[in-house]
Design a protein. Structure first.
Length: 236
């Protein structure tokens, strides 16, 4: 009957939309080589192997495009998208937004996709403990994350500070502006001179910043920064 026809139409519409999104993904893969063709085939297969509750194949493919655009290796991209989809569900946001904020963090700290679960755990804890949404975190974290990573401020420490500030009533945007201002004080000529006088390495001022990392769980406190100076590719 009409219900069956409507179901078929919806399925056809979804298939067309998926095709469009996957065509975008194909533009990021060198399909002029056998390796690239196989890579693209594997990506499609992996997308359909993700659990249905993580979202539609179309939405997940949008996230895949974002991940690849952010520099995630094709072999690791779908795994990251899966973790991002889980984070998106918990943070009440969409997969595309989740991929965006996670890759922003990972690129800043030089992390590989196998650390995606740890990163999403810290980000969710920020939302849980603070007064900030997934959308707000995604749109504003990029303003401060690079400066924090360059100063070897741990991700849990940074996010604990953000959670504390937003919970006290400061807006997400204002919290990021404040954090940037604080971090910039460590790079002024006056600060450099003072650090030298005190025998403190300017590259690691985080020991003198009370960002209250205890507000994050032990698993989160093991994420980016502790060994960032020794190996930017891995988390401690």
């Amino acid at each position: 009957g009409w219900q069956a026809i409507r179901i078929l139409k919806d399925a056809a519409k979804a298939a067309i939309e998926f095709g469009k999104q996957f065509a975008n993904v194909a533009t990021l893969i060198n399909t002029q080589t056998p390796v690239g063709v196989r890579q693209l085939k594997i990506l499609k297969q992996q997308i359909f192997e993700l659990r249905p509750e993580l979202g539609s194949a179309t939405d997940l493919t949008r996230g895949l495009y974002q991940a690849l655009s952010a520099g995630v290796a094709p072999a690791q991209a779908v795994r990251l998208v899966g973790e991002a989809a889980l984070f998106a569900k918990a943070a009440l946001t969409d997969t595309l937004t989740a991929v965006d904020v996670m890759t922003t963090v990972m690129n800043a700290y030089g992390l590989s996709a196998d650390k995606a679960a740890s990163v999403s755990s810290v980000l969710f804890k920020t939302i849980e403990l603070g007064k900030i949404t997934g959308e707000e975190l995604s749109s504003s974290l990029g303003r401060v994350i690079s400066a924090a990573a360059q100063l070897n401020i741990d991700l849990p420490e940074l996010n604990a500070g953000i959670a504390t500030m937003t919970k006290s009533g400061i807006s997400a945007a204002e919290a990021m502006t404040t954090m940037v201002a604080i971090l910039r004080t460590f790079t002024t000529p006056e600060a450099t001179k003072r650090f030298e006088e005190l025998g403190i390495s300017q590259a690691d001022p985080r020991h003198h910043i009370q960002a209250r990392p205890e507000r994050c769980p032990p698993s989160a406190r093991r994420t980016p920064g502790r060994q960032h100076r020794q190996d930017r590719r891995t988390l401690p």
